[in-house]
Design a binder for this molecule. Structure first.
Ligand code: COA
Ligand code: MG
Length: 290
């Protein structure tokens, strides 16, 4: 089972103050960025700051991830070479456009694991799909390598790539947002939703994160500490929802034992698909099932 990732907080890799702040929040995952959150002139400084943080900052139970520059940037190999010895828990690869992109990074990580005597595939990988070509090749990407834990969706880059204008409800990226979650489900990966970029509109974030959870996403990228609790709440099933799922499961098993595949429950028809939905909800809540 992959590390549970409800909120994943980004910060620029060259900003040690934000790394230290983020590390103290108890967030599921910290993503120290080497890509677009870092100015072109600061790439080397960011690599050094990330290595120093991995060596000296107490991240508690937070997963420690590093976002690389894209395969096509010409910077990715040097990002890995400069940081892997500090042994982050994994990497985030942006602008993934093919299974070959994933395998290229995975080969570098396999080599590093062999060189250091670390377990095979112990360095995990998350792929951000955020270009038109990436969306068209989701199936190839999703099955590229067993190191891959999750597909993340990036709406801002996608909008730039296809010429869309972002709106509050995100209808312009709906097809891509849905395609990512379907590809992830098809290949047993986590689906992580795009960040909410409005720093102050927490009601908008709440609605957006709950929409993503309803679509099947299991977590969401975050860009500000104040977004983290809103996201965690949206991806944590409520006690009422957990209790309802447990009652449904019990009723299902009772009816199966009596030879009934379908039955009425709280005024609604229940059969196998609702059972699977209830099981998924309990898994998302981290509750073991009978
Ligand atoms: N991680 C950790 N700490 C953060 C943070 C983050 N993503 N964003 C803000 N903070 C800290 C600030 O350092 C500040 O702490 P301080 O008062 O002790 O210095 C506090 O939270 C309040 O920050 P605020 O003034 O509201 O924000 P800002 O104007 O300093 O920064 C951004 C705004 C957008 C630049 C900042 O939130 C950020 O860097 N976000 C991540 C950007 C990123 O990584 N993008 C790439 C992926 S999309
Ligand atoms: Mg981006």
């Amino acid at each position: 089972m992959s590390h549970p990732r409800r909120a994943l907080l980004f910060m620029p890799g060259d900003d040690s103050r934000k790394i230290a702040k983020g590390a103290a929040l108890g967030v599921d995952s910290i993503i120290m960025d080497l890509e677009d959150g870092v100015a072109a002139s600061r790439k080397e400084a960011a690599r050094a700051t990330v290595v120093a943080a991995l060596a000296s900052v107490d991240f508690g139970t937070s997963e420690r991830l590093v976002r690389l520059n894209s395969v096509s940037s010409g910077l990715m190999e040097a990002d890995v070479a400069a940081t892997v010895h500090a042994r982050p828990d994994g990497y985030v690869l942006p602008k993934v456009e093919s299974g070959d992109n994933v395998r290229w990074v995975c080969d570098l990580l396999s080599q590093a694991e062999a060189d250091h005597g670390w377990p095979t595939r112990s360095l995990r990988l998350i792929a951000i799909v955020e270009t038109a070509r990436g969306i068209l090749r989701l199936e190839d990407i999703a099955q590229a390598d067993l190191r891959l834990d999750a597909l993340a969706f990036g709406a801002e880059d996608l909008a730039g790539d296809i010429g869309a204008t972002r709106s509050r409800d995100g209808w312009e990226v709906f097809h891509a947002r849905s395609a990512v979650v379907i590809a992830a489900a098809a290949y047993g990966l986590q689906a992580l939703d795009t960040p909410w970029t409005d720093l102050g509109d927490l009601a908008g974030l709440d609605a957006d994160a709950r929409r993503a959870a309803d679509m099947g996403y299991s977590g969401k990228l975050a860009i500000h500490p104040r977004h983290v609790p809103v996201i965690v709440a949206a991806f944590t099933p409520s006690p009422e929802a957990v209790a309802a799922a447990q009652r449904l499961l019990a009723a299902y098993h009772t009816h199966q034992a009596l030879g009934a595949g379908v039955f009425a429950f709280d005024g609604r028809m229940v059969d196998a698909p609702m059972l699977r939905a209830a099981q998924r909800l309990l898994a998302q809540a981290g509750i073991a099932q009978p």
